[in-house]
Design a protein around this ligand. Structure first.
Ligand SMILES: [Zn+2]
Length: 244
C-alpha cells in the first residue's frame, strides 16, 4: 500500500500508556476526550441491550476511567467475542449505572469535546447532555466519510476498518473493549487533525480506505449470537425496529 504515508502513527505500539509514562513536562489540559460504551444483551432482539462498561480516555490517550456496570435486568448474553465482557467480570466489578454515570460526570469537564465512532449513541446510552455535561461531539464516521467516485456515493467506514487501514491496528485478541475502542477513537481523531495539514496525505488516506478490503463486522459474520439478534438489517429475523 502506501508505506509511511501516515507518518509515525503506525509505529506507535498498540498500548494506551505508550508515551505518558516518562513524561517530564506538563501537557496543556485536555480538550478532546473519547467515551466508549460496551453493552450486553438483556433479551433476544437487537434492541435489548444494557450498558456494562464505560471508558473515558483523553486526547493524550490517558485512561481517565474504566468502569464496569452491572445491569439491573438479567443478562441473556455477554456477547463476549464482541464486548470482551464476561459474567465473572461484570458481576465482580460492576456498579449500578447511576453510580457509574455520576462518577463519569465528575471526571468529564463540561468543556470537553467528545470524539468517537457514532459517539452520539454512547452519549445517548449515558443520557449525557450537550452544553451541560460536555460541549460538543465529533463523530469519526462523519469526518472520515469518503466520496466514492465509482459509485457516486459517500462511503462510511467502521472504526475497525479505519483503525486497520490507517493505524495498522490488527484484530484485538479479546474482541472489543471500551478502553481500547476509546484509544482507537482518540488516535484516529489525532490522525485526522494531522492529515488535514497535508492535502496529499489526506488524499492517500482516503484512497487507502476505499481500496482496502472491507472489514466485516461482527453482526455480518454472526446474524445471531447465543440466540441474540445482532441487528444486521439484511439478516434480522427478530422483527424489532431499527432505531437508527
Ligand atoms: Zn433483529
Amino acid at each position: 500500500m502506501h508505506p509511511g504515508t501516515f507518518g509515525s502513527y503506525q509505529q506507535y505500539p498498540a498500548q494506551y500508556d505508550s508515551y505518558h509514562s516518562q513524561q517530564h513536562y506538563a501537557l496543556p489540559p485536555a480538550l478532546y476526550y473519547s467515551i466508549d460504551v460496551e453493552c450486553v444483551a438483556t433479551g433476544l432482539d437487537h434492541n435489548a441491550r444494557a450498558v456494562a462498561q464505560i471508558s473515558l480516555v483523553d486526547q493524550y490517550e490517558r485512561v481517565s476511567l474504566n468502569l464496569y456496570v452491572k445491569p439491573d435486568r438479567p443478562v441473556v448474553s455477554y456477547l463476549t467475542p464482541l464486548t470482551g465482557l464476561s459474567q465473572e467480570l461484570v458481576e465482580s466489578q460492576g456498579m449500578s449505572l447511576a453510580d457509574a454515570v455520576a462518577t463519569l460526570r465528575q471526571y468529564l469537564p463540561a468543556s470537553a469535546i467528545l470524539v468517537g465512532q457514532n459517539v452520539g449513541k454512547d452519549v445517548e446510552w449515558l443520557k449525557l447532555k450537550e452544553g451541560a455535561d460536555f460541549k460538543a461531539l465529533v463523530d469519526l464516521s462523519g469526518v472520515y466519510r469518503v466520496w466514492n467516485p465509482r459509485f457516486k456515493t459517500w462511503s462510511v467506514f467502521s472504526q475497525d476498518h479505519l483503525a486497520r487501514v490507517l493505524l495498522n491496528w490488527g484484530p484485538d485478541a479479546a474482541g472489543h473493549d471500551a478502553v481500547l475502542d476509546a484509544v482507537k477513537s482518540v488516535r484516529l481523531f489525532n490522525l485526522y487533525s494531522q492529515l488535514q495539514a497535508s492535502p496529499e496525505a489526506w488524499q492517500s488516506a482516503q484512497e487507502a480506505l476505499l481500496a482496502a478490503e472491507p472489514t466485516e463486522s461482527f453482526a455480518k459474520r454472526n446474524p445471531t449470537f447465543e440466540g441474540v439478534c445482532m441487528g444486521n438489517r439484511k439478516t434480522c429475523r427478530c422483527g424489532a425496529p431499527f432505531l437508527g
